[in-house]
Write a protein that binds this ligand. Structure first.
Ligand code: FAS
Ligand code: PHB
Length: 411
């Protein structure tokens, strides 16, 4: 097999890249080790920055997002039983975010790729990237029980944190920056209406809680069921738990009771409960691999960096990376100039490190680490007081949460 761009991984990064290249008339092949159902069902990110939503629309992949997604103009910070709304448009000159799950983004992009794009091979596991520092890199992969080779002009590793692409960069040329956290998130999906119209980020002495949501699912009632509800609401909720927590150690009642306690307020707010349909625990890590390029091999998304999900940056960074690569390759194909490709790593890393800073700040602001001292407790409250009383501090949060525009080389 041969293609211009070999893409490893059909998560948001790989799928969006294939779409952007297709729209520019550049051929690619996507190799995905898992099956379609796995990719479309994996519950992960839920918030799209303004820039990501704009890229999806421009790529012709935003129609269902605009129809079914929820535009959110703010979030609520909750601490000491108090509530404070951060007003995104007022602080950022009109920016907002879109509540539209990663699962839905992937479904939309897979449907487009299968209908209009180049080959998207599921259950095709990349085994290694070879010749990255030559003009003819190739991907050795296994598909339908047979080993094969994909000859490429460029390889983009969109294969996530556990993928193989990163391993093709010699260790002597790389630097890794990382931090793990002594806690994780117990994430649940519940058939319950949201308990607040926007997301709630709560800091509590018992630990962090996040109340998020998914757009309601439209039901198609039969004529006989006309009196039944026409849409089903889904809440996406998270609790800080100790590292290594077993989700099965938390029964439904314990989860709801803990969420209620950590989100308590002085007014008459209460938590909407319902059947919990999914429970998972996600570890917390900050990670950056530099550089994000080696010869004709480029890394994008979780293959190059990981952020704790407190800032809702992971998927959005992946989108920024592939938009940057697509723009750079299109520039090279049209002008012959490699300048944007040569600047790829530094262009992406400028944005990556800003997202790492924001995600670290939000995580240390709102989570109570095991063994936290009373001094650290007071410091968190002082940081929160600063945000809710200073337009400058609040603007920093609003700008970072809604996302910085996808930078161009040199910006
Ligand atoms: P992904 O990991 O999504 O995709 C990589 C793809 O490559 C996968 O489909 C994988 O099967 C495939 N692959 C791997 N090795 C391969 C090989 N050798 N050959 C072929 N294919 C291979 N971000 C947020 O913003 N908010 C959140 O709430 C949030 N929650 C998360 C929860 C969990 C459990 C995890 C792990 C991450 C979460 N993230 C969240 C971050 C997440 O959304 C990522 O940032 C996002 O999926 C990044 O997309 P990709 O870079 O495409 O990587
Ligand atoms: C989600 O809805 O899954 C979500 C929202 C905001 C975050 C993390 C996850 O910071």
């Amino acid at each position: 097999m041969r293609t211009t761009v070999g893409i490893i991984g059909a998560g948001p990064a790989g799928l969006l890249l294939a779409r952007l290249l297709h729209n520019a008339g550049i051929d690619s092949v996507v190799l995905e080790s898992r099956d379609r159902a796995y990719v479309e069902r994996r519950q992960r990110a839920g918030i799209l920055e303004q820039g990501t939503a704009d890229v999806l629309r421009a790529a012709g992949a935003g129609e269902r997002m605009d129809r079914e997604g929820l535009r959110h103009d703010g979030i609520e910070l909750r601490f000491d039983r108090r509530r404070h709304r951060v007003d995104f448009p007022a602080l950022t000159g009109g920016r907002s975010v879109m509540v539209y799950a990663q699962t839905e983004v992937c479904k939309d992009l897979i449907a487009l790729q299968l209908r209009e794009g180049g080959p998207l091979l599921f259950e095709a596991e990349a085994l290694a990237v070879e010749g990255a520092d030559t003009d003819a890199p190739r991907i050795r992969f296994r598909h339908e029980g047979r080993e094969d080779v994909l000859e490429c002009s460029y390889v983009v590793g969109c294969d996530g944190f556990w993928g193989v692409a990163r391993k093709a960069i010699p260790a002597r040329l790389t630097q890794v920056f990382e931090r793990t956290y002594p806690f994780g998130w117990l994430g649940i999906l519940a058939d319950a209406p949201p308990s607040h119209e926007e997301l709630v980020y709560a800091r509590h002495d018992r630990g962090f809680a996040l109340l998020s949501m998914r757009p309601p699912v439209t039901l198609h009632p039969s004529k006989e069921a006309a009196s039944l509800p026409t849409e089903a609401f889904v809440s996406r909720l998270y609790l800080q738990v100790p590292d290594g927590t077993d989700p099965e150690a938390w029964d439904d009642e314990r989860i709801w009771d803990e969420l209620e306690r950590r989100c308590e307020t002085d007014d008459d707010w209460h938590l909407q409960r319902g059947p919990i349909t999914q429970k998972t625990v996600t570890p917390m890590r900050s990670y950056v691999h530099e550089p994000m390029r080696h010869g004709r091999l480029f890394l994008a998304g979780d293959a190059a960096h990981i952020v704790p999900p407190t800032g809702a940056k992971g998927l959005n960074l992946a989108a920024g990376d592939v938009a940057t690569f697509a723009r750079a390759l299109i520039h090279q194909q049209r002008t012959g100039s490699p300048e944007l490709l040569d600047a790829y790593s530094q262009t992406c890393l400028r944005r990556v490190w800003q997202a790492e800073r924001f995600s670290y700040d939000m995580t240390t602001l709102l989570h109570r680490a095991p063994g936290a001292t009373t001094f650290e407790d007071r410091l968190q409250i002082a940081r929160l007081e600063r945000i809710v009383s200073s337009r400058a501090a609040e603007t920093d949060l609003a700008e970072a949460y809604t996302g910085f525009p996808f930078g161009r080389a040199g910006e």
